[in-house]
Design a protein around this ligand. Sequence first.
Ligand SMILES: [Fe+2]
Length: 193
Amino acid sequence: MDRSQERKQAIAAAVEDIRRIEASEGINRDTLDKIRARLVTLASRTDLFSVEDYPPPDGKGDRKSCLYRISEDADHRFALYANSSLGGYGTPAHNHTTWAVITGVTGAELNRFYDRTENGGVSEKGSFVVKAGTGVAFMPDDVHSIHIDAPLLNFHMYGVGLEQLHSREFYKPDENRWQVFPAHSDIREARDV
Ligand SMILES: [Fe+2]
């Protein structure tokens, strides 16, 4: 079997396991932990997932990271992306409005976790560096931010594809208010890679 075919099979097997976890047990912190573990196992296949397969932006423009869609069901559920970054990239605190899991392939992604405060802001309650062999998982209302200093490749998986999420909010600290993220529109199709 060639490498591309092996990769497709590995992705399909992981997504099938994850569908089964959700179908049989629903989404809660325990099942998200199982999904995270399954995605960590997929991410450990560095023989199948490399920056050569999923190159970062060329560095000429402002874009520091790009997303490759490596799996998504016809109804847009179980959307799995490879995130390839040059580093120098970060996000404000935000929610997802669906469950989300991040696991590391290569490099390091700092995740900060937040509670919403009574005055409408956020309060950091912890952090975790996602790298090979590790991951983080979020319920739909959980709030996090990501911070990437150096080149990395990791997986981001969502209960529903990013192009379908029209009410994700991010926090603007200078204005102490939340604003809706525009649905993501620059995702590279890579299900046939
Ligand atoms: Fe996020």
